[in-house]
Design a protein around this ligand. Structure first.
Ligand SMILES: Nc1ncnc2c1ncn2[C@@H]1O[C@H](COP(=O)(O)OP(=O)(O)OP(=O)(O)O)[C@@H](O)[C@H]1O
Ligand SMILES: N[C@@H](CCO)C(=O)O
Length: 296
């Protein structure tokens, strides 16, 4: 049996819709695989009651098929589904890494990105890779037509998760069909600023570069309390705040010294809006980790 811990991720980061993603230090899914004549799936953990075990409907089933690697796959969910923290992607990335090893396919982590993305197509209809890429590769990733680019980064973040859900499919439905040249120019400027910030581990540049006036304002309307949570986080010292992935998670970037205050402010603001939430105080971190039998 092989075990993989695959981290939650936050996609988009505001200005990088469908392009940017980061691996989060926590939470994570744990995926265990054993060879079997055909693929079977069991799911336990957070939100497991909402996750299908039918291989045709679970992201890991599509990954097993793409790798021609039938297995009994056990998923212990740490990343709640429909969270905006890359829940479906964490399982897919974990399964891809584990099955590649189990069947000795010899693919690199970069090779596994499009395979894990096949799992995302099962859920949202599109094989977008902006969550599976950071879950596999770690750090900050840029998914573009020409390929995937990755840099390690260490930026303190707070990922605040309200007890509400938004499906990626629904959140893609509110994305505008077009944008003015002026907003596109602003967004390119912000995305470039964010990218430089990641290479310098600079939370101020990263936070400033998260601004986006094209997609985020529409998605924010699907999250009860979002504007108040954003304001509260900024007042507590966050350098930037945006919707995490398709939401309803909210991602704040900050300096280490203000992380605890930012987390408390976000929880209080959701609470004032009548929504329970929890906050992960973590950093942009490493990609999926493989545990072989006998290793720690
Ligand atoms: N292994 C899996 N883990 C989690 N959700 C899964 C899995 N397989 C299928 N699903 C389905 O995927 C949906 C959740 O995926 P969705 O993309 O909406 O949320 P998310 O992954 O948390 O969000 P985001 O991609 O915005 O970060 C649920 O309907 C769930 O039943
Ligand atoms: N880029 C995707 C990530 C969510 O899976 C979106 O925002 O729709």
């Amino acid at each position: 049996m092989l075990t993989v811990r695959a981290p939650a991720t936050s996609a988009n980061l505001g200005s990088g819709f469908d392009v940017f993603g980061v691996a989060l230090g926590a939470p994570a899914d744990v995926v265990r695989v054993e060879r079997a004549p055909e693929t079977t799936i069991t799911v336990t953990g957070v939100g497991s009651q909402y996750i299908p075990e039918d291989p045709a409907k679970n992201t890991v089933g599509a990954v097993a098929e793409a790798l021609d690697a039938p297995a009994h796959i056990r998923i212990d969910k740490g990343v709640r589904p429909s969270s905006g923290l890359g829940s479906s992607a964490a399982s897919a990335a974990g399964a891809a890494l584990a099955l590649n090893e189990l069947y000795d396919r010899g693919l690199s982590r970069a090779d596994l990105v499009p395979i894990a993305a096949e799992g995302e197509a099962v859920v949202s209809g599109e094989a977008h890779a902006d969550n599976v890429a950071p879950s596999l590769l770690g750090g900050f990733t840029v998914v573009a037509d020409g390929g995937v680019t990755q840099v390690d980064a260490s930026i303190p973040v707070v990922a605040c998760l309200p007890e509400t859900t938004v499906s990626t499919r629904d959140a893609r439905g509110v994305v505008p069909d077009s944008a003015s040249l002026e907003s596109v120019v602003d967004t390119v400027g912000n995305a470039a600023t964010l990218t430089v910030g990641m290479t310098r581990n600079d939370p101020v540049l990263v936070g400033r570069g998260m601004d986006d006036e094209i997609v985020t304002p529409e998605r924010a309307k699907l999250i009860r309390g979002y504007e108040d949570v954003r304001e509260a986080a900024l007042e507590a010292g966050a350098t930037g705040v945006t919707v995490s992935g398709a939401g309803p998670g909210v991602l704040a970037v900050c300096r280490r010294a203000s992380q605890r205050a930012v987390a408390a402010a976000m929880i209080d603001a959701f609470d004032s809006a009548g929504v329970d939430s929890r906050a992960y105080q973590t950093t942009v971190g490493e990609g999926a980790r493989l545990y072989r039998p006998g290793s720690d």
